[in-house]
Design a protein around this ligand. Structure first.
Ligand SMILES: Cc1cc2nc3c(=O)[nH]c(=O)nc-3n(C[C@H](O)[C@H](O)[C@H](O)COP(=O)(O)O)c2cc1C
Length: 653
């Protein structure tokens, strides 16, 4: 028995399958597969990392049972027999680590082949769903008739056969979030008047028909799990009481039920289905706990679970039998292994910044702000050890500098990490008083622990790197990660006492904000600060020169910001700050009119200025080491660029 998390690390039987612990890797599609929509070697490497990290299972997400049902251009289609080799190799790789290979089967229904950024190849203006309708983008949704339903049921059965043949031991049917099976379950979408619409039992009929077809095809040779939204969380959708009844209807055909929430019909819901940083940890476990009271089969829960102690409590208290982790394993695939060893402090905790989700519809890659290896596992594994060990001097102990130091030290180099101030952490220190950024702040503490754990990193605090110091140390490599400073716009009154800057938030105690706050700058920093302040009960106004706000935020993070700000914080676009006075901010509005916004505090989130003078001075020294500049001192950006810059620069030394 594991002495740290005994419930979390106890095995459980699901159908014929034994999971070695209660941690399943939640379904995640890997849209970056090869051009022909088969798993690429680097996709398999991602699964291998999760399997090696100690999860009980790794799931190949969103395998579409029929090509017209894909929502993304690069989605695996199970009606293409050529998917079999790579799927088989993936299953075999997962199994090497005593990890159960799982396949998720899905069909997007009315969202299948819908043209859009996510699916630019789609030509179809026709898709299939429970009822006929015309979508806003002009797609004609054809109501599925008997023959089409029979065909789709057979597609599921055939996909299950293929999954079994490829070596998968469990399948998860995606019946949540708004895809086809959820479209049938949802009273908001499914308004059919035949035996497939109306009552709960009728709306369950098509998913049950599919489950029966699967059982006929594979019997109990595969464990069958059904992922559903316990609560669709929107008006017109079903709520948790009906979610429990749906679970009961499906139960006889299942080995496990997996309770998520939400529906794509409402964009705001997306950041609840995939809880963003503004939601509490484990905010959706309640739905699984409710379903668990009504069924006898094992229940899996999902959503913002990142703390092993919380996961243990969920299992121990009987809220659910299994926890599914998606982003927690994106951020640290070794999460289960570290928890099992009783070292939760070694886990790199996901901060739910939505970077991983937001990139899927655009570049169709996966990445993680805090884990540069995610999606690059294969590249990273193939990197050769350094040809010679070097003396590496790093200027700046922010996220870029620390990450570079850790990676360079891991590769065996001798690292001297110099920080000009008395604290490591750089920009992240501005987040320490913001509750919803606590996992980002935690990352800085994690990096500091990593830095301190390497004997070959010599940390020198209060040590600005000057040309003289470089010449004195004479490093082989110099990494400049000196960062940026708050931009101070030339606005009259900018030096008044009622003005605060982001850097002020890094003080030991949070500076005092008055009850009425005007924020100059509607970028990410300004908007996140606005969320924090309005949650503190302040009246907040954002003033932005451009015609849009938070343009620098990851797409889905912006959705979450919108949920938080809409109707609660006034955002004035095309508006210029003219003068800061003791009683507020004078602005020139979109209409050219000048007016005073009364305020007690003016917060200036007007952007950042790279310390380019320092950078350029260091570039050209007598010692003339190999030189790299990374992070904000090159171009202020998100944490992702800093962390990745640090990691990959050090990897190549
Ligand atoms: C990058 C990414 C891809 C995902 N792809 C899928 C998918 O293909 N199928 C699915 O059912 N859920 C998918 N999800 C949703 C997750 O399975 C999970 O329900 C959600 O992220 C909430 O869990 P978390 O807070 O542990 O991340 C995806 C999530 C992420 C972050």
């Amino acid at each position: 028995m594991n002495k740290y998390y005994p419930h979390l690390f106890s095995p459980i039987k699901v159908g014929r399958v034994t999971l070695k612990n209660r941690i399943m890797s939640a379904p995640m599609g890997l849209p970056e597969q090869s051009e022909n929509r088969h798993l690429a070697d680097f996709n398999i490497a991602t699964h291998e990392a999760r399997a090696r990290g100690g999860a009980a299972s790794s799931c190949v997400g969103d395998c579409c049972v029929s090509h017209e049902g894909r929502a993304l251009i690069k989605q695996m289609c199970m009606d293409d027999p050529l998917v079999i080799p790579s799927l088989t190799r993936c299953a075999r790789t997962i199994k090497r680590y005593d990890c159960v290979p799982v396949m998720e089967l899905s069909h997007a229904g009315m969202f299948g082949m819908v043209p859009g950024l996510a699916n630019p190849e789609a030509t179809g203006r026709t898709s299939y769903g429970p009822v006929e309708m015309f979508m806003e983008n002009g797609t004609h949704v054809v109501a599925m008739d008997e023959a089409e339903m029979a065909r789709i049921a057979e597609c599921y059965a055939d996909s299950a056969r293929k999954a079994l043949m490829c070596g998968y031991e469990m399948i998860i049917l995606h019946g949540g979030h708004g895809w086809m099976l959820n479209q049938f379950l949802s009273p908001a979408v499914n308004t059919r008047t035949d035996e497939y619409g109306g009552s709960t039992e009728n709306r369950c009929r098509f998913p049950i028909r599919i489950l029966k077809a699967i059982r006929e095809a594979v019997g109990d040779q595969l464990a069958v799990d059904f992922r559903m939204s316990g609560d669709e969380i929107y008006e017109g959708g079903y709520r948790i009481d009906e979610g429990c009844r749906i679970a009961q209807c499906l139960e006889p055909y299942l080995d496990m039920i997996h309770i998520s929430c939400g529906n794509h019909e409402v964009l705001d819901n997306f950041v609840r289905t995939h809880p963003d940083m503004f939601y509490e940890e484990g905010c959706n476990v309640q739905f699984a706990a409710e379903v668990k009271k009504h069924v006898k089969i094992p229940v899996a829960c999902v959503g913002a679970i990142s703390d092993p102690a919380m996961a243990e409590e969920i299992i121990a208290s009987g809220k659910a039998d299994v926890v599914c982790l998606a982003r927690a394993l994106v951020c640290d695939p070794d999460w289960p292994r570290k928890a099992r060893a009783g070292k939760p402090e070694e886990i790199r905790t996901c901060m739910r910044c939505m970077a991983c989700q937001s990139i899927v519809p655009t570049t169709r890659l996966i990445w993680c702000t805090l884990n540069p290896e995610c999606g690059n596992e294969l590249d990273v594994r193939c990197v050769q050890p350094p040809r010679e060990l070097k003396k590496v001097l790093i200027a700046g102990g922010g996220p870029a500098g620390m990450q570079a130091a850790v990676k360079a030290a891991e590769r065996g180099h001798h690292v001297i990490l110099c920080e000009a101030t008395g604290a490591l952490g750089g920009q992240i220190l501005c987040e320490k008083h913001i509750p919803f950024k606590k996992n980002y702040y935690k990352f800085s503490q994690w990096l500091i622990r990593q830095v301190r754990s390497y004997k070959n990193i010599d940390v020198r605090m209060n040590t600005p790197v000057t040309r003289e110091l470089v010449d004195e140390i004479a490093p082989d490599t110099l990494i400049c990660a000196v960062g940026s400073v708050d931009l101070v716009p030339p606005i009259p009154g900018i030096d008044k006492k009622n003005v605060l800057f982001p850097a002020d938030l890094s003080r030991d105690t949070m500076p005092e904000f008055g009850d009425r706050v005007v924020i100059i700058g509607g970028g990410l920093v300004g908007c996140e600060t606005a969320v924090h302040l309005k949650r503190e009960g302040k009246k907040v106004t954002i003033v932005e020169m451009k015609d849009n706000w938070a343009q620098d935020a990851h797409f889905f993070h912006r959705v979450g910001l919108d949920v938080e700000l809409r109707g609660q914080v006034e955002i004035l676009l095309n508006t210029t700050a003219k003068e800061i006075r003791d009683d507020g901010l004078v602005v020139v509005g979109a209409d050219g009119e000048e007016r005073l916004i009364p305020a007690d505090t003016v917060f200036v989130g007007a952007g950042r200025k790279p310390l380019s003078d320092v950078r350029e001075a260091l570039r050209d020294t007598e010692a003339d080491p190999e030189f790299f500049a990374i992070g904000d001192c090159v171009k202020p950006g998100t944490a992702l660029w800093a962390v990745h810059g640090g990691y990959f620069t050090a990897l190549n030394i």
